[in-house]
Structure formats: C-alpha cells, structure tokens
Design a protein around this ligand. Structure first.
Ligand code: KIV
Ligand code: NA
Length: 269
C-alpha cells in the first residue's frame, strides 16, 4: 500500500520535478489516472464538461462533494483537491470555512481550490490557519466570467500583468500551498513562477511553471464542446466511443450480438 501523496509533498516540489495534475470527476477516471498523476483535481469544470452548463457558476457544493467523494474512492496515490464552487466562499471567511470543511469531511480529499487574488487573501489565511490546505487560482478565473467579460487570455497589458502578479503573491503570502495559473501570457506565468515562493500549476500558461494541469476530457478528446488553444490532444477517445456505439448498434440490428460467448446455454455441454 503506497501512501497517498500529501499536501506537504506537493508544496515541497517548488523548483523540483514538475507536478503532474489532471482533472477527474468519476471513480473510473480516477482509477485510470491515479498511477500517473501527483494530484487529481475535481474541478468545477465538471459543470460544463459533464453537465452541459454554459458556465461554472451554477455548480453546487453538493455536486462537488459527490464527485469529490467518487474520485477519492477511485484513487489511492494521488493528492485529491476539490474546487469550491461559485458563491460557496466569496461571502466571508466564515462561509468559506464552513463549506470547505464540509468538502474535506464528506469527500476525504486533502485540499480545496478557490479562485481569486488579493481580495481572497484574508479567506485563504483564515482557512489555512484552521487546518484547511488551499490551492489558489489566478489569471483567467472562469467563475469571474461575467466580470471579465469572457474567457480571453489575461496579462496582455502591463497593468493586467502587475495585477495578476500581485494576486499570486498575495495568495502565496496568505498560505496557499500551490497556485493554478490559468490562461495568461507566457512571460507572466514564468515571472510568477520565479517570484512567488509556492508551486505554480500552469494551464495555458508556461512550461516554466512548477507543474501542469489539463481537463482530462479535453486532452482525451472526450469533450465535444469548445476546447481552448492550450489543450494538447493526447487521445481521441470520443471517436472510439462513437465507433463502439455504431458497431454495437449494427450487431444488435443484425442479431449478431449477443453471440454464443455472451449467452447462458440451458446446461453445461
Ligand atoms: O475546474 C477546473 O477543471 C480547473 C482547472 C482547469 C484548473 O479549475
Ligand atoms: Na475550476
């Protein structure tokens, strides 16, 4: 029995071997990814990827808890981190603590992730001091889609770069053990990684980051919706599923399935 990767294990990887992170929402995917990842992220991207929602805003705490618990059950090695969904933590540090505590207690995950910069530093500090490890998330923060006016890359202006660098510093100072840096221009992601003393996990960011994350359904070719420029496709699982369903349908319609191997004869021959 290998010990599960802990939050301090991940935190200790600053400037070391890159930290490998993929999203997982289900037992089956967690089982497949567990051997290969340091960290499994139960992202609120599940709202769009699994539930077909237009944004991550309608995702609920109960959805995150149910999927988080499934991913913990399906894994034994990776450190499991669960996203706090929109409106479950922004109101106050006390609200954030109450909901983050439910996530850890009801899923068995090791940490929560929340989006935001300097304005969330007090909340990160409040959670961390009370025993809840926090992963930050700066740059393109999808829960702020209304405020940002879309999902375009961040940090193209000097002012925006300074703002995002300040956000990462504030979240690190507040005690986050790692920070996702999403959808920012490459030099900014590199600069954040150099100047911020905690592990950075890039997505659409830079190979200089201390780790990388992708949405598994995107990199596997499972998600039919829009996939951003920064996703590299490592497989075309969706095409395989379509082909399998077509083959099955043809077999059923031609009565070639079930065959002799798949039926129970009256007596052993
Ligand atoms: O929800 C998610 O999957 C995420 C990752 C893309 C970082 O937050
Ligand atoms: Na997320």
């Amino acid at each position: 029995q290998v010990k599960r990767t802990s939050v301090p294990d991940i935190a200790g990887r600053k400037g070391q071997d890159p930290v490998v992170v993929l999203t997982a929402y289900s037992v089956s995917m967690a089982r497949l990814l567990d051997d290969h990842c340091d960290c499994l992220l139960v992202g609120d991207s599940l709202g769009m990827v699994l539930y077909g929602l237009d944004s991550t805003l309608p995702v609920t705490l109960d959805m995150m808890i149910n999927h988080g618990a499934a991913v913990v059950r399906g894994s034994s090695k990776a450190c499991v981190v669960v996203d706090l969904p929109w409106a479950s933590y922004q109101e106050s540090p006390a609200q954030a603590f109450r909901n983050a505590a439910r996530v850890l207690a009801e899923t068995g995950a090791s940490a929560v992730k929340l989006e935001g910069g300097a304005e969330m530093a007090d909340t990160v500090d409040f959670l961390v001091r009370r025993g809840i490890p926090v992963m930050g998330h700066v740059g393109l923060t999808p829960q702020a889609v209304n405020a940002l006016g879309g999902y375009r890359a961040r940090g193209r202006s000097d002012a925006e770069q300074a703002k995002i660098l300040g956000d990462a510093k504030a979240i690190a100072e507040a005690g986050a053990f790692a920070i996702v840096v999403e959808g920012v221009v490459e030099p900014l992601a590199r600069q954040i990684t150099e100047q911020v003393p905690v592990v950075t996990i890039g997505i659409g960011a830079s190979a200089a980051c201390d780790g990388q994350v992708l949405v598994s359904d995107d990199m596997l070719g499972l998600f039919g919706g829009f996939t951003p420029k920064f996703v590299k496709r490592y497989a075309e699982i969706g095409e395989n599923v379509s082909k399998a369903a077509a083959d099955y349908a043809a077999d059923v319609r031609s009565r070639t399935f079930p065959g002799p191997a798949h039926i129970f004869p009256a007596r052993k021959g």
